[in-house]
Write a protein that binds this ligand. Structure first.
Ligand code: ADE
Length: 248
């Protein structure tokens, strides 16, 4: 897979892509990142990529030409037959979640466009991109941090990116539930103990405890997620006992 990032601040990505899993994934040949400054594509003689809005008002707007040319150059520079997903990062986009990360992880090529200033010329939205994505209901100074969030969450889903492939499957959201609590040594720390069941060696009981804890945590923190999850009769029964205890 390849992720291309079009930005005015390419240096922002240097540290992020040179550490930990994102670095390992590149070293293992699982993914290629390609960060480009789209200012290099402007035909403006003063090197500008933005201009005043027609109709007046404050702020500057990104002009279409540099981004159209940068996307064209990025597209043609790719050997995959599948057309790329061209994603505009902006607060008005579809809210990014694990499902979207899983969908993007199926692609061969993602092009992430990071804007700054007041906004984008609307023709970029109408005629250049395939998706608009927001990483949350707040306004950032630009799309770069959003592009890092997408890159990170997509990369870790690719086969071979994490040392242990099962960890991406059991983590929070992939199962539809929040994760159960984890413990490691020591058995007792400052008088706080590890639950007995985890040291019982009884795998059936441990699995049952973990499932219940995941259900409990999801019920308490994100009950909205329970509507989307497939629940067994046993799960339903456990949730009913929780409900009767908390009278939610
Ligand atoms: N640019 C500014 N705010 C943003 C957000 N919430 N998500 C993605 N890109 C943005």
């Amino acid at each position: 897979m390849k992720i291309s990032i079009l930005t005015l601040f390419p240096e922002m990505f240097t540290g992020v892509f040179q550490q930990s899993i994102l670095k390992q994934a590149q070293d293992r040949g699982v993914i290629t990142y390609d960060v480009k400054n789209f200012r290099e594509y402007t035909k403006d003689k003063h090197n500008r990529v933005d201009d005043y809005p027609y109709g007046g008002g404050g702020g500057m707007v990104l002009t279409p030409q540099p981004l159209f040319d940068a996307v064209e150059a990025t597209k043609t520079n790719n050997d995959s037959e599948k057309p790329p997903r061209i994603v505009l990062l902006c607060p008005q986009g579809d809210r990014y979640d694990q499902k979207k990360a899983e969908e993007f992880a199926q692609e061969d090529h993602l092009i992430l466009i990071c804007g700054h200033y007041e906004g984008y010329d609307e023709r970029i939205r109408e005629h250049l991109i395939t998706d608009e994505v927001s990483i949350g209901d707040y306004v950032l100074t630009g799309g770069e941090i959003g592009a890092m969030v997408i890159t990170d969450s997509v990369t870790r889903l690719l086969p071979g990116a994490l040392g242990n492939d099962t960890s991406a499957i059991t983590d929070s959201y992939s199962t539809g539930l929040l994760e159960y609590p984890h413990y490691t040594r020591p058995k007792e720390f400052k008088g706080y103990k590890v639950p007995d069941v985890l040291m019982s060696g009884h795998h059936g009981k441990i699995d049952e405890w973990r499932r219940e804890q995941a259900l409990k945590r999801t019920y308490e923190r994100r009950p909205d997620l329970l509507e989307e999850v497939e629940l067994s009769d046993k799960d339903q029964k456990y949730l009913s006992t929780l409900q009767s205890k908390t009278k939610k």
